[in-house]
Ligand binder design. Structure first.
Ligand SMILES: NC(=O)c1ccc[n+]([C@@H]2O[C@H](COP(=O)([O-])OP(=O)(O)OC[C@H]3O[C@@H](n4cnc5c(N)ncnc54)[C@H](OP(=O)(O)O)[C@@H]3O)[C@@H](O)[C@H]2O)c1
Length: 306
């Protein structure tokens, strides 16, 4: 698969990442088939979190892929920490260190390529995060560090203390959840589309060479389901089918191609557990939508121009 630079590190990663939030919902055999298919499709960047299935997703993944030193060197592992289901959020030094050790054990590896802080912790002490990152890098347990769901000023606060570059920010972004793009188009107008809910995170990440990893590329709202083949989005679905026909691909491929067309060089994270859908997602790396197609899809999703 086509690769991009993760952040400004020179670390080349596949442009489509495979997420495992939903892995613990499938059976063992399905998990094995899915993971093996991903490797066949050239999708070897895997996104985890300690909290997915309360640890079960990382465990199931290691088993499904048959983790061994030979397998490990062929894949890229990203995981997240900082959500404690029993106690909200925790970016304390001790929690980060403990969480990484637990993920390493479940993933049956001795290093994580990319560690993300999952969701902002209101009680974060940036000095503690810096200490934890320093220890983890020093011991060779984590190579690169990033964040998720963070605004520019939250990242700035971290960057003041953390020595390692912040390479990625994982954020919710899809055609039907495109606030970070929309507010940039509607600057200073009086309508709701101008509402800046994320501190211009898109421009900030581009300026600082931080890779945005769109999560839930097929969803609208928070956990409301997919917009694909959804009667709530008739125009969008018609436009996706029209453009899909032109490229002789599926509508799934066009959804991903829309994200990949953005010059910020996003690395979307898929969530499907179906090999055939993942294959269609990966195919998007071979397509470049035209400017007109990109805007036509954006407008068909219900966005308007100022
Ligand atoms: N950082 C964060 O806070 C955060 C939050 C949420 C997610 N994530 C990451 O992002 C990844 C993706 O999130 P997501 O699972 O919500 O992504 P998604 O790819 O938008 O959604 C996948 C879900 O949509 C279903 N689906 C139904 N029709 C589909 C179609 N035509 N094409 C594709 N999927 C279809 C899939 O079902 P099938 O399995 O049957 O295909 C699956 O349940 C997660 O696995 C996780 O790694 C991160």
């Amino acid at each position: 698969m086509r690769t991009i630079n993760l952040g400004q590190t020179g670390f080349q990663v596949p442009v489509v990442a495979v997420g495992f939030w939903r892995l613990s919902k499938v059976g063992k055999a399905e998990a094995e088939t899915f993971v093996k298919s991903a490797l066949d499709f050239g999708a070897y960047f895997f996104d985890h979190a300690d909290v997915y299935g309360r640890g079960l997703a990382e465990e199931m993944f290691a088993e499904a892929i048959g983790m061994s030193p030979a397998v490990r060197e062929k894949i890229i592992l990203q995981t997240k920490c900082g959500i404690r289901p029993e106690a909200a959020f925790d970016f304390s030094r001790d929690h980060i260190l403990k969480a990484v050790d637990a993920s390493l054990k479940r993933l049956k590896t001795d290093y994580i390529d990319v560690l993300l802080l999952h969701r902002p912790d209101a009680l974060m002490e940036p000095e503690e995060v810096a200490e934890a990152f320093g220890i983890l890098q020093g011991k060779g347990k984590v190579r690169y560090f990033g964040v998720s769901n963070q605004k520019p000023m939250q990242i700035e606060l971290l960057r003041k203390y953390v020595k390692q570059p912040i390479v990625a920010n994982q954020l919710q972004l899809s055609i039907a959840h495109a606030g970070m793009i929309r507010q940039g188009i509607h600057v200073n107008s009086m309508d709701d589309a101008a509402a800046d809910r994320d501190g211009s995170v898109l421009d900030y990440c581009r300026l600082h060479g931080i890779t945005i990893q769109p999560w839930s590329p097929f969803q609208y709202g928070f956990d409301q389901g997919t917009f694909l083949e959804n009667p709530k989005f008739p125009e969008l679905n018609a436009k996706l089918v029209e453009i899909a026909k032109k490229y002789s691909v599926s509508n799934t491929t066009i959804v991903m191609a829309w994200l990949l067309r953005h010059p910020a060089r996003f690395q979307p994270v898929t969530g499907t557990m179906k090999p055939e859908r993942l294959r269609d997602c990966v195919k998007a790396a071979e397509i470049t939508l035209s400017r007109d197609e990109w805007y036509a899809i954006y407008l068909a999703a219900g966005n308007v121009l100022p």
